[in-house]
Write a protein that binds this ligand. Sequence first.
Ligand code: COA
Ligand code: HC5
Length: 638
Amino acid sequence: MWGICTRTMVKAGMAVKPCRLVKPCHLVTPVSATRISGRYRSHQQGLPTLPVPPLHQTFERYVAALEPIVEAEELQHTEGLVQEFQKAGGVGERLQKALEKRAKNTENWLSEWWVQVAYLDYRLPVVVHSSPGLVLPHMDFSDKQGQIRFAAKLIAGVLDFKTMIDHETLPVENLGGKPLCMNQYYEVMSSCRIPGPKRDSVVNHARGPTPPKHITVVHNCQFFVLEVYSSDGAPLTAEQLCLQLEKICSASPPSEAQHVGILTTQHRDSWGSVYGNLIKDKTNRESVAAIQSSIFTLCLDGAMPRVPEDTSRSSAAIQMLHGGGSQHYSANRWFDKTLQFIIAEDGTCGANYEHAPAEGPPIVALIDHVVEYTRKAETTQSSTAPLPAPRMLRFNITADIQREIEEAKKNMNLLAEDVDMRVVVFEHFGKNVPKTHNMSPDAFIQVALQLAYYRLYQRCCPTYESASLRMFRRGRTDTIRSASTASAAFAKAFDDAGTQNTEKVELLSNAVKAHRWYTNMAISGQAIDRHLLGLKMVAVEEKMALPAIFTDSSYATALRYKLSTSQVPSKTDCVMCFGPVVPNGYGVCYNPMSDHINFAISAFKSCEETSAARLAEAVQRALLDMRTLLEQTPKSKL
Ligand code: COA
Ligand code: HC5
């Protein structure tokens, strides 16, 4: 999505309200401050605010970042524009001052803009284009009964995590020894994206006066409200949840399927306008509201068609990313829902989440907790009092809406057909090997990706890696530009017969160090991309003519990320995945464990240049070749 956000960024009239502490500004629900205790507040207040980097620093780094990805002539032209922009008393200084002023008056000068530009104004379907999928290790069941039992435990595990959120007992996370902003944990439960005809919004019911006590369950494309707390306020036990889920499954035969959920896979403008029609009907409005306010959605799927063992993880990734199309489970979802847990009858489990409210790591922390919870034996005694049956959500589907459902199915199926997904478990090593060579494992993997891409295309490409800005209050992400002059030099030299191994090792070491340097600067708020976005947004808000650096072809090239990558580590052996952000690009999500690395690589089949399998192969080969190089080059010669 980051590749084409320029189109949406220039839209005028983005209302930006100043942020207040605690209440995340992009949410529309009123917040009851009484539920936010001192502990969370004082932690948050102790965090630094996101800095605005110096103008000259950003432009020096911008030109350096362009060097490996644009032609020399283009770069020269851009350098001229950059100089003009930075002239004393010029437009650059004016925008910078306005940005600095905004930083003084807001809790985070970037977050609200970022959520708008990267998510709420982004109009492609959330499915594949924005919402990530997450695959858990295959669970040990293969029938309906096992599915229901596991689902019940999972619900109990999520509620256990929710208690920690509600009681503010979650341990504060760290990155490089610095405490992180915990705000995102407060955004993922009881929240939902709402489509609009031109722009979406997010609603969060968690902090309202009556926090929701129900989840939604969807089975055979029929939605149910399941109350998950008993009248005394205690969460239902897994045993009680099991009985409730059984009632849901018996009340929703496949013959009764209503495919209304598929509407959430549509282009956002279409869904936004259909949504307006859908909720004109009172029953529909109430059903939709129940889904939106639910703590989360649980999707009970059947099994995807059986595939050979070596592609079973890729098939699971597809099921989590988009549900496999309307003939499978794409309508057994509400893709606007922030959190959807997916449990299939054959033991395939995972999640899909709507990205606007939070990054991957908080979701993964929740999943890690839930998986650990499901492994423990149940200790709570269940009450024997009978529980009311879960309530089925009804929809009145007019002929118009039915037509939209058919259209959505058609589009979803085209998209599902187009996704090329390859999950690979690189089993030769994990973080251990780079560490023994005193190299940052993440940088090592990123350099391997650069080498792999170079080997396939004989050139470097604009590459995005997510860097966390959570060291700052309400921080989200910035971009690590992994294609550097140093990585390009290494990639070019690696297969060059005329280059000595000692020199290749030095080039590798330089590339790894350059990446780690960029990472450090990004996580400390000194990278370039969000600063450039901020300067541009000031110009947009002040209705100024857009400075030439933003209409420059180099800027457009720089944002067309053919490699869109993200490291998402987890304790559980999970695979996380997302789609490419440009039609001729790749999405690469990896989870480096200590002795292996899980990769999910995606591309679009409609693009002839790309192939997920080829890149997967090339990355594995690059990692192995880099290790061989390090092992075969005597240390004394380094
Ligand atoms: N020698 C030996 N060990 C080293 C080393 C070196 N030169 N450099 C790093 N290491 C170690 C680290 O100490 C760390 O140890 P651990 O496994 O005990 O924790 C480990 O190697 C990993 O470090 P590294 O590979 O350098 O990466 P990182 O963990 O610092 O992660 C980012 C880098 C960019 C992924 C991280 O800063 C970040 O921003 N993460 C969030 C990304 C995100 O939000 N993704 C999802 C977006 S939705
Ligand atoms: C469960 C894994 C989620 C990973 C999602 C992710 O990395 O999203 C990136 C968010 C950001 O702001 O960098 C975007 N990206 C998928 C396009 C890399």
